[in-house]
Design a binder for this molecule. Sequence first.
Ligand code: 6PG
Length: 252
Amino acid sequence: MKDIIEKLSRIENGFKSTKMSNIKIFDSKLELAEFFGKLLKERTAQSDKVNVALSGGSTPKAIFDELAHRYADSINWSKVHLFWGDERCVPPTDVESNYKMTMDHLLSKVDVPEVNVHRVLGELSPKEACEKYNQLLNDKLPKVEGLPQFDIMLLGMGDDGHTASIFPHEIQLWNAPGNCVVATHPQSGQKRVSLTGQVINHAKEIYFLVTGEEKADKLDEIINQKSGSEAYPAALVSNPFWLIDKDVAKKL
Ligand code: 6PG
């Protein structure tokens, strides 16, 4: 019954409910930012604390800029606690850092209290950064059925079908024990700390933010569960909302 109610509410919110997924296609990143701003506004009105795991990479930049521009004053940011779904093992000042990207495009423009920002300590060794983040998640998030639970999980997807920093060549890390794991970028060899599949799928609400024509084929394979798509970590995310643009939706 809960599933049916949830499905209906998703349709009411304008999600196109296909046989597998809930998809909302936006004309622009601005519209996508508007949707996410409204969501955060709603959730912070309903609760004293909203724990959000942010995605990294480049997609969020324009969305975070719009969010900061339009919602700096209309969201109670003191209720928002920010974490990351994954982080590169670099210092927080490094151009590669997802924390730095978020600082540049969002944190430097809205009043999220510093104590509400829970970054991966990318300046430490990958092993240490992972152990500390694992503990931080246990300390800061509510435990539900023994696992830390996020309220909102924002995920990106690479054109190879990775999500967070779980890549196809290391898909077994999706099922790693614990809250996070050290992963390796397939091309650069860069070490990263990534949430594990069990924590990602345990979030109350999971939103993929995916844009760009170069990901259209992969998105089609995953959403329509084409054969072989189970090899992509993004396909292992359970019951996400897909917030996508028209370019990436081309093949659906
Ligand atoms: C990262 C991410 C990663 C990202 C995808 C999409 O640290 O890079 O968290 O999962 O979301 O690679 O990246 P783009 O938005 O740059 O396409």
